[in-house]
Ligand binder design. Structure first.
Ligand code: GDP
Length: 697
């Protein structure tokens, strides 16, 4: 018998506003689940989860690793209740949309953590709405009940008002601030205290008489909400019949998985209070992989929709959700298995890349050790070491039953900046480390400016690049200087032209002879570059053709109007001439380059700018101001809709106008507005704006 069959697995994430206590709570969870032997204290910098030094400093989590632990609800005796909980580390910053979305996709349930003083904060709204998009069942944990000014009721109200009317407490605090002592379990109707040096002993007592009335009131609310889920139950409830604990739990579980109820709990992780009941609730109410619908993907050859049930007997399929370059272990590839099973030592088929890779080791990450495992099964999460060509978002599967689970189009990097080593010693390591980092993160790119030979890095936002340079220092010990971040503009043409390029030097020594005629035509937006060879009768020998293409490409990279790469053009080579002795690759490359530069100047050059798909979420009363501001930013409003209690505005806005928007939106909306953005497409820059950009050069 399998010890942890699929119904005993919980893949969950803790999501929160920065500082709400995600790290502390995760750590206590790992401690109580028996895997961390010493309580780390984040203020002293010894966390287990946040192994990247800089994350501690910034207080944000940007990795998406998964850690395994085990738990049996405190009030259950039978060991068959023990579940394997895989905790998926979710990043919280909007600059990492691809990562946030992927981590939401691979987890089955989430615990949203709030600060008991602040209640719902802007970022908790952002993640909440993202979780809505992916239908992630969740519950709430109102943390920091011990802090001065903490209020359970006020925090609950803010959750109900701003996030969901379905929130309902399953436990309430005993006392608050420095008098916060424990919680009252509204299902068992017992007071729960946390004794021992680090709150590890869970002690149940009678509810203090002063709180009995209040506890009854909250329990009534809970029962009413439970009864609403089922007609028969409602009848019995209205007839004042007893509803059993097990029945409450069963209905609560179903309703939580459907998203009809969002259970709310409270505690103070830092004071070791309330964490075990949270673990109990994770096991009791959040779904197992089996409780969720089958995954859908496409067949890589036929393009047909393929479905995989969360079942070990289905063909193997898994999604890679994180590739982490660990300076000590090498490349760790984390994946979530959706169906079937896989044994180490065999070959795995990467359907996204159409390659096979051998999996030598399968590893499960615990809080403080790695466990080598033989086999991994549907619903579970593991990592492997040493996959060379597999990246984040790839599907791994059975070669005989291929499926692609996610066709990810990674957003194009839209911000770039110059980067240079501080010393000679850093120089060598820099390019190596940059290459590694770009393999790990598909939204991070590195290139060399052909003109200045400077190294240019590009990514999704300022913070994204900031974190990368910081990691270079801390993890790889490479010191670098960076320039100011720039919008990644592009150039394109609007007219078709024909253009001649000649590079002929025939005085003294060996001569040079390259001569071409090309046609340059605009292509549809997003098509990039096409090169067509229409040379007939060998007017240019075949061997020199690639050199012409190379010359054209180099000229395109350099840009013609303002030094930005040219895109969306077709170049047709249709005529030219050569010299038996003097012609060379070099001469034809230069000729191609001259022909392109000269021709492009006459072809109606324009600048293209990245347009972001922006989603702004605001309370209704700020809608007018926010929409007005977006229009002033050259934004196009696409749609306005309601989500929960909020208004959602979808718009296209040029990236250049979005610098500093987080601060602006905050001040426009008393801190309640929220937004996410991601690259959507390139669009022509209006004439007047183009002039400003070129003049600034
Ligand atoms: P994260 O940014 O969400 O990961 O939050 P952390 O776990 O790093 O916590 C942020 C700060 O709040 C740290 O200084 C913690 O010590 C503190 N903190 C976390 N939980 C509690 C709590 O229950 N009570 C109090 N008073 N402070 C807490």
């Amino acid at each position: 018998m399998e010890k942890y069959p699929i119904e005993k697995i919980r893949n969950i994430g803790f999501i929160a506003h920065i500082d709400a206590g995600k790290t502390t709570t995760t750590e206590r969870v790992l401690y109580y689940t028996g895997l961390t032997h010493k309580i780390g204290n984040i203020d002293e910098g010894t966390t287990v989860m946040d192994w990247m030094a800089q994350e501690r400093e910034r207080g944000i989590t940007i990795t998406s690793a998964a850690t395994t632990c085990f738990w049996k609800p405190t009030y259950r005796q039978d060991d068959s209740w023990t579940c394997r909980i895989n905790i998926i580390d979710t990043p919280g910053h909007i600059d990492f949309t691809a990562e946030v979305q992927r981590s939401l996709r691979i987890l089955d349930g989430a615990v949203v953590i709030f600060d008991g003083v602040a209640g719902v904060e802007p970022q908790s709204e952002t993640v909440w709405h993202q979780a809505d998009k992916y239908n992630v069942p969740r519950m709430c944990f109102i943390n920091k009940m011990d802090r001065m000014g903490a209020s359970f009721e006020r925090s609950l109200e803010s959750i109900k008002e701003r996030l969901t009317p379905h929130a309902v407490p399953i436990n309430i605090p005993i006392g608050a601030e420095d008098k916060f002592e424990g919680v009252i379990d509204l299902i068992q109707m017992k007071a729960v205290y946390f004794e021992g040096d680090s709150g590890e002993k869970v002690v149940m007592k009678e509810i203090p008489s002063a709180l009995q009335e209040e506890a009854r009131k909250w329990r009534e609310q809970l029962l009413e909400k439970i009864a609403e889920q089922d007609e028969k139950l409602l009848e019995r409830y209205l007839e004042n019949q007893e509803i059993q604990e097990e029945e409450i739990r069963k209905v609560l579980r179903e309703a939580t998985i459907k998203g009809n109820i969002v259970p709310v709990l409270c505690g103070a992780s830092f004071r070791n209070k309330g964490v075990q009941p949270l673990l109990d609730a994770i096991v009791e109410y959040l779904p197992s992989p089996q409780d969720l619908p089958p995954v859908q993907g496409i067949h890589p050859k036929t393009g047909e929709t393929v479905v995989r049930k969360p079942d070990v007997n289905e063909p193997f399929s898994a999604l890679v959700f994180k590739v982490a370059v660990d300076p000590y272990v090498g490349t760790l590839t984390y994946f979530r298995v959706y169906s079937g099973s896989f044994k180490k030592g065999s070959y795995i088929y990467n359907a996204t890349k159409n390659i096979q890779e051998r999996v030598g080791r399968l590893i499960r990450m615990h809080a403080n050790h790695r466990e080598e495992i033989e086999e991994i099964k549907a619903g579970d999460i593991a990592a492997t070491v040493g996959l060379k060509d597999t990246s984040t978002g790839d599907t791994l599967c059975d070669p005989n039953n291929p499926i692609i689970l996610e066709k990810i189009t990674f957003p194009e990097p839209v911000i770039s900046m110059k980067i240079e080593p501080e010393t000679k010693a850093d120089q060598e390591k820099m390019s190596l480390v940059l290459k590694k980092l770009s393999e790990e993160d598909p939204t991070f790119k590195v290139k060399t400016d052909p003109e200045t030979m400077e190294t240019i890095i590009s990514g999704m936002g300022e913070l994204h690049l900031d974190i990368i340079t910081d990691r270079m220092k801390r993890e790889f010990n490479v010191n670098v200087k960076t320039g100011k971040p720039q919008v990644a503009y592009k150039e394109t043409i609007k007219k078709t032209v024909e253009s001649e390029g000649k590079y002929i030097r025939q005085s003294g020594g060996r001569g040079q002879y390259g001569h071409v005629w090309i046609r340059i035509e605009p292509l549809e937006r997003g098509k990039g570059f096409e090169f067509i060879n229409k040379i007939k009768g060998g007017v240019i020998p075949d061997e020199f053709i690639p050199a012409v293409e190379k010359g054209v490409k180099e000229a395109m990279e350099k840009g013609v109007l303002a030094g930005y790469p040219v895109t969306d053009v077709r170049v047709t080579l249709y005529d030219g001439s050569f010299h038996e002795v003097d012609s060379s690759d070099f001469a034809f490359k230069i000729a191609g380059s001259i022909a392109f530069q000269e021709g492009a100047k006459r072809a109606g050059l324009v600048l293209l700018e990245p347009i972001m798909k922006v989603e702004v979420i605001v309370p209704e009363k700020f809608l007018g101001d926010v929409v007005g501001d977006l229009s002033a930013k050259r934004g196009k409003i696409l749609e306005m809709k309601e989500r929960g209690m909020m208004k959602v505005i979808d718009a296209f806005v040029p990236l250049a106008e979005m610098f500093g928007y987080a601060t602006k939106l905050r001040s426009m909306t008393e801190g309640r507005g929220n937004f996410t953005m991601q690259f959507d497409h390139y669009e022509e820059v209006p004439q007047n704006v183009t002039k400003q950009i070129i003049n600034k050069e």
